[in-house]
Design a protein around this ligand. Structure first.
Ligand SMILES: NC(=O)C1=CN([C@@H]2O[C@H](COP(=O)(O)OP(=O)(O)OC[C@H]3O[C@@H](n4cnc5c(N)ncnc54)[C@H](OP(=O)(O)O)[C@@H]3O)[C@@H](O)[C@H]2O)C=CC1
Ligand SMILES: O=C(O)C1=N[C@H](C(=O)O)C[C@H](O)C1
Length: 264
């Protein structure tokens, strides 16, 4: 039985994670963390499932009182980072979907996980299709050097570009010869028209109501184009990956960044 705490449990992903954990016989939801409600049971909080599970507003207090194995975090970057540190300090393994961490943050947290010999997984995207999209894009970038990423999300999203787009660009950068794309003398007539620059590759972020999470990676070559696209139409698409991460993190003693490293 894996004892799980969920931070951000009232959020869109947190609610989905609560459903996944409570529906999984080998997992036990032992507590949730929410800044606005503490000292209550989930069943007494509007917007939470009717469960006899305690709600904490502070992760230290939670771990001091509740025996836990895994922390699932779907919150926001600043608090998410603090949560990872707190979890590792208590010997609890973090499984983190929160995006917006910098490369420095990931390095820092990796060093902490290593020093504590405690497993951790940070995955900017838990959907298997998105992992494949990233891997296929990395394969294609070996042969097609010119690429732009268009990511599309709901308009409640705080970070731009998305964690998935950044991870895709990082994976592409591992194999793509560094290159500034477009005309060498191109000028933006409106600031931002060419998107965000990652090693000369451009990332464009669309935010619209009705969207969930979508990304297209477009390659251009002499007389041809290749498009690799993934769509998450529902947040349930992320849950098999979260479940796998919770099981896998129990066997790790380092931090793994990206689900592609744990999918066979
Ligand atoms: N890795 C993946 O596969 C996926 C990752 N994500 C990422 O997960 C994160 C959450 O997304 P989503 O669920 O859509 O966002 P929501 O805004 O719906 O939920 C965020 C939750 O975090 C809580 N929260 C925010 N700040 C704090 C804080 N300081 N302390 C404690 N709790 C806090 C919010 O509480 P309150 O409402 O009270 O402010 C809310 O319950 C984002 O970073 C997003 O990019 C999303 C989808 C998939
Ligand atoms: O905020 C979201 O919704 C999502 N965030 C993650 C990201 O930033 O890539 C994963 C997915 O795209 C949904």
């Amino acid at each position: 039985m894996i004892r799980v705490v969920i931070a951000g449990a009232r959020g869109k992903m947190g609610q989905e994670a609560v459903r996944m954990v409570t529906g999984e016989p080998s997992f036990q939801l032992v507590a949730v963390v929410d800044i606005k409600f503490a000292g209550l049971m989930m069943k007494d909080v509007e917007g939470m499932e009717p469960l006899d599970v305690p709600v904490y507003n502070d992760l230290h207090d939670c771990f001091a009182e509740v025996e836990s194995d895994v922390l699932i975090d779907f919150t926001a970057p600043e608090i998410g980072k603090k949560h990872v540190v707190t979890a590792l300090e208590h010997g609890v393994r973090p499984v983190v979907g929160t995006t917006g961490f910098s490369e420095e943050d990931v390095k820092e947290l990796s060093a902490l996980a290593e020093s504590k010999r405690t497993g951790a997984i940070i995955a900017p995207n838990f959907a298997i299709g998105a992992i494949l999209m990233m891997k296929f894009s990395q394969m294609a970038a070996k042969y097609l050097n010119d690429v732009e990423i268009i990511e599309q999300h709901h308009d409640r999203k705080l970070d731009a570009p998305s964690g998935t787009a950044v991870k895709t660009a990082q994976m592409i950068a591992e194999v793509r010869e560094s290159k500034r794309q477009g005309h060498p003398e191109e000028k933006e007539q409106l600031a931002g028209a060419r998107g965000a620059d990652f090693d000369g590759l451009r990332i464009h972020s669309v935010r619209l109501p009705g969207f969930v999470a979508h990304q297209e990676v477009i390659f251009g070559g002499e007389g041809q184009s290749l498009k690799i696209r993934h769509d998450s139409f529902h947040r349930s698409s992320f849950m098999p990956g979260v479940k796998l991460a919770c099981e896998t993190v129990m066997k790790l003693d380092i931090l793994v960044y990206g689900l592609e490293h744990i999918i066979e």
